[in-house]
Ligand binder design. Structure first.
Ligand code: NDP
Ligand code: BG6
Length: 490
């Protein structure tokens, strides 16, 4: 059984899609594992009028278990509901009273987690009222969890952060990036810093380039009104990709603690070259999907304007100006409506300086580069591509793969990102959350690309559903005499 954690949770936006689809099922997993047992209570809030019982029934349904599930019954009995408009200052007193009651009932020691699963425009308001109306005046810990997006550019992110900082210190603020809760993303640190073989080669002397691909098969689905104001650059690059890249690029932390890991990630992001106009135009490519077989073009999706210039695809080259990475580019790409749903990192090593097997009489194909691929999803694992002798007479070489994949049983037991992250919040461990400094450096980089794009008229649509994005994304890397390790029609 896991160590039991004690806390009250208040979910703002407690009847929303995220809460029902991800947060409550993740809490239930924690309950089944014993992290949540007797000493927890949950208040769900939103403007909708619901009784405690109706709310409990909704939460029960969200768990996807049999009607007779006794664990689920006990779990939802810890949930209560309070109809609450987050802009109504006076009503926070009602919430406070309810919170104090649950605190007594379940002996929660005044520990409180405020989960803001709401439109970002409310984050500052709620944080302010929690403080001024006394919900944070307890003897236990007070932590606030903030969903994405954290601003839409550096200025708005800073305003939001200033608003939050009036009520909470940095170590009380947990900015969610659900990619940091993924098993294989956490494995990047284990593979890098747990293996002399890997870390001693992890630099520009031995690595030619690193490629990060977050590919999605689906389109915007029902989120077009959010997505059309965001685009792939803000939705995926500013947060998830920048976080992955910083884990790949950072120096070894002094210790495996949130403070030291964050310090190294920030240092890495500080040395990321912020592009001028010419560099941004050359090193970044955007795309938008057109129509395909049985698929509408992005501009014909519901709630998307017919003249939208929103980016549903981004590819780019990132350069770090530091001793470890100077001269070794990181190529990134992400998009909707691509060939498949997967996330992977390909680390391409330099080829041997001299290929002794390739002499005219031998007719051996040139040696291929070693590639370490980290498969993040859907199958978690690694492959390491090496050159080896082909079995038999003569001396030909061929690339072979050493591989490791998490087996189906282990993969079933892997915690969902939100389960892991909620657990981390209860422990007070900020390792897998974005610090303000990380967020701010990421915005500074992304803002430059955005500014340049805003000045130019794109030729959209420019890729077909089921492809790997526009031709320009291939040209971007081919210009450097390289190619994507994952590509269609090899
Ligand atoms: P929804 O629109 O589904 O839910 C919003 C919630 O906020 C509802 O419970 C709504 O209830 C409540 N709400 C709205 N206005 C108020 C108000 N004035 N006072 C109190 N409650 C209010 O959003 P999601 O659940 O999809 O998203 C929530 C957050 O999570 C957003 O920041 C989003 O960007 C982020 N997110 C969501 C993901 C997802 O998969 N859904 C993925 C990643 C991040 P009511 O209208 O009854 O008040
Ligand atoms: C979210 C984005 O942060 O990540 C979505 O807002 C995207 O647009 C999603 O689909 C992808 O997450 P995952 O875990 O399915 O790869």
């Amino acid at each position: 059984m896991a160590t039991e954690r004690t806390s009250l949770f208040i979910f703002f936006g407690g009847t929303g899609d995220l809460a029902y689809r991800k947060l409550y099922p993740s809490m239930f997993n924690l309950y089944k594992k014993g992290t949540l047992r007797e000493h927890f209570g949950v208040i769900g809030t939103s403007r909708e009028k619901l009784t405690d019982q109706q709310f409990q029934e909704n939460v029960f349904k969200s768990l996807g278990v049999a009607k007779t599930d006794k664990d689920a019954e006990k779990f939802v009995s810890h949930f209560v509901y309070e109809a609450h408009d987050v802009t109504d200052k006076a009503h926070y007193q009602v919430l406070k009273k309810r919170a104090d009651e649950l605190d007594k009932t379940y002996k929660l020691n005044g520990n409180r987690i405020f989960y803001l699963s709401l439109a970002p425009s409310f984050f500052g308001t709620v944080a302010g009222f929690l403080k001024t109306e006394g919900l944070t005046d307890t003897d236990g810990f007070d932590r606030v969890v903030i969903e994405k997006p954290f601003g839409r550019d550096f200025d708005s992110a800073q305003q939001l952060n200033d608003a939050l900082s009036k009520s909470f210190d940095e170590e009380q603020i947990f900015r969610i990036d659900h990619y940091l809760g993924k098993e294989m993303i956490q494995n990047i640190e284990a593979v890098r810093f747990g293996n002399t073989l890997v870390e001693s080669l992890w630099n520009n002397r031995y690595i030619d380039n690193i490629q990060v691909t977050l590919s999605e098969k689906l389109g915007v689905e029902e989120r077009a009104s959010y997505y059309d104001n965001s685009g792939a650059l803000r939705d995926m690059v500013q947060n998830h990709i920048m976080q992955i890249v910083s884990l790949l690029a950072m120096e070894q932390p002094v210790s495996f603690t949130d403070v030291d890991i964050r310090a190294e990630k920030v240092k890495a992001l500080r040395s990321l070259r912020v592009y001028n106009v010419a560099e941004a135009s050359t090193n970044f490519v955007r795309g938008q999907y057109g129509a395909g077989d049985n698929q509408r073009a992005y501009r014909d999706e519901d709630n998307v304007p017919h003249d939208s210039n929103n980016d549903t695809f981004v590819a780019g080259k990132l350069l770090f100006d530091n001793y470890r990475w100077s001269g070794t580019p990181f190529y990134i790409r992400t998009g909707k409506m691509l060939a498949d749903k997967f996330t992977r990192v390909d680390v391409v090593f330099k080829k041997p300086l001299i290929d002794i097997f390739s002499f005219p009489q031998n007719h051996n194909a040139p040696l291929e580069a070693n590639v370490l691929t980290m498969y993040i999803e859907p199958h978690a694992g690694f492959t390491l591509r090496l050159n080896a002798k082909t079995n038999g007479q003569g001396f030909q070489t061929e690339p072979i793969n050493l591989d490791y994949f998490v087996d189906a049983k282990d993969s079933k037991a892997t915690p969902e990102p939100y389960e892991r992250l909620i657990h981390d919040v209860m422990k007070g461990d900020g390792t897998n959350f974005s610090s303000w400094q990380e967020v701010s450096y990421a915005w500074r980089f992304v803002d430059q690309i955005r500014k340049v794009w805003d000045l130019q008229q794109p030729q959209f649509p420019n890729y077909t559903p089921g492809s790997m994005g526009p031709a320009a994304a291939d040209e971007l890397i081919q210009r450097d005499h390289r190619q994507w390790v994952y590509r269609l029609n090899k």
